[in-house]
Design a protein around this ligand. Structure first.
Ligand code: NHW
Length: 396
């Protein structure tokens, strides 16, 4: 507790194999798994008990009606900013993409519904991934979309969902996980900040996302954020299926520099980076002379609902994903990403201070946001943590 700045007890998290606040000073603890795997025969066979009115429900995302229910649960109950002005509005197509990567497990799409009405009231999901920590490539689950209906909050349902997803991950003989959260839990491997680049400053100011700077008028602000009509780098074009091998090579070589990063193969790249309308966009630079693919950038689409505004109901936001600048300067590459995002009518382009992003944020007129994003590993210790610039992992 001595090292926990908030000195808050975590009745659930204290029981879990995660770095504890009290261990921070203990330099004798080794990096790697905190506890060894158990024999599969010792993994609990039955789901954890739920309060009597509820039942577990494994979600089939092929089912459009179920997908619509999941979309609605999240659209009304998922993450909001501190002032409750905006709420993430992941689209149905995005959820299908995020939850069904290569070799996904249907059993890891876990709903809780009311026994009587069959209404979906809570959700948690995992997807399999290979994540490298230093030189150790580990099979992990990426956990996301933990959500409890607003009317069922603070009843300790979240720990039951987390225990149940953990059990189902263990049944696949996987013992580690990665996740992010805006809240501080025991204990982040690193803490990142979001930066925001206005593309449609007038709308962002109208909805209260940003404010007019001191001594700024609206027309000066609009001029400040103006971008060229088309990308500037010769050979800049959308990624296609035929580029998967080249992009995989670029990305693998690049991500090798980071302490924690995904270990992507071609199947992963095809799934995670091949463009899908309003889900994920990827661009590359193909050298006009050699036709070699030299650089790559990508962003995903995550709108937010604008709560309580008379003129607007959604913000269209692009989130920087994986970028690799080899021949083109990173700043120029990302400026082209901003230009295509503006062409496609996004209102704002967001990026974390991970990887080399510090190298373009200020120069390209991103401003720091007020929220932090903490990254966590389950059952894996990285002593002293890492810096955001040592992190090569972006979760959705
Ligand atoms: S982060 C987004 C999480 N979702 C939201 O913020 C949506 C809006 N909020 C809610 O729906 C991305 C509820 O407030 C939630 C909590 C459901 C968040 N992560 O049921 P109680 C992810 O999806 C702990 C982890 O009474 P509630 C990543 C909290 O510290 N733990 O609260 C998810 C406390 O434990 P403590 C969180 O407000 C990663 C306990 O929950 C948390 O009704 C999951 C209170 O429970 C969070 N974001 O529901 C972990 N928020 O010990 C995966 C609160 O402090 C771990 N808590 O007393 C790995 C598993 C797989 C391992 C495989 C080997």
């Amino acid at each position: 507790l001595a090292n926990n700045p908030t000195a808050r007890r975590h009745k659930f998290w204290e029981t879990q194999p995660v770095g504890q606040f009290g261990d921070v000073a203990d330099v004798s603890l080794p990096d790697g798994a905190i506890e060894p795997p158990s024999p599969l025969s010792e993994v609990r066979a039955d789901p954890y008990p739920l309060p009597a009115a509820f039942e577990w429900f494994t979600c089939d995302l092929d089912d459009d009606a179920l997908l619509a229910d999941l979309y609605a649960l999240l659209a009304h109950n998922y993450v909001e900013d501190d002032e409750n002005m905006f709420r993430f509005n992941y689209s149905p197509a995005f959820l299908r993409w995020a939850l069904r990567p290569p070799s996904f497990f249907r059993a890891w799409h876990i709903g809780v519904r009311a026994k009587e009405s069959k209404k979906l009231v809570a959700f948690i999901s995992g997807v399999p991934a290979r994540i490298r920590a230093r030189d150790d490539v580990v099979r992990m689950a990426e956990i996301n979309f933990l959500c409890v209906h607003k009317k069922l909050r603070s009843k300790r349902l979240a720990p039951v969902l987390i225990r149940e997803v953990t059990r189902r991950v263990h049944l696949e003989n996987i013992w580690q996980a990665a996740y992010t959260a805006g809240v501080v839990l025991p204990t982040p491997i690193t803490t990142c900040r979001y930066w925001h680049r206005s593309l449609n400053p007038k709308k962002l100011i109208d909805v209260g996302f940003s404010r007019l700077g001191p001594r700024m008028t609206m027309s000066r602000t609009v001029r400040l954020y103006k971008l060229p009509d088309a990308p500037l780098t010769p050979g800049f074009r959308q990624m296609e299926l035929r580029d998967v091998a080249a992009v995989t090579r670029l990305l693998r070589a690049y991500l090798a520099r980071y302490v924690v990063a995904p270990d992507f193969d071609e199947l992963d790249v095809e799934h995670w980076l091949l463009p899908q309308e309003d889900v994920v966009d990827s661009y590359l630079v193909e050298s006009p002379e050699t036709h070699e693919v030299t650089d790559f950038c990508s962003f995903y689409t995550l709108p937010s609902s604008v709560l309580n505004n008379a003129n607007y109901s959604t913000l269209k936001a692009a989130y920087s994903y994986y970028n690799v600048a080899v021949k083109t300067p990173l700043q120029q590459l990302m400026n082209d990403a901003l230009i295509v995002a503006k062409q496609k009518n996004y209102d704002v382009f967001n990026a974390l201070d991970v990887m080399e992003n510090e190298g373009f944020l200020k120069e390209l007129k991103f401003g720091p946001g007020d929220g932090q994003l903490h990254y966590y590993l389950y059952n894996y210790r990285i002593r002293n943590g890492i810096k955001p610039s040592e992190l090569g992992l972006v979760l959705l």
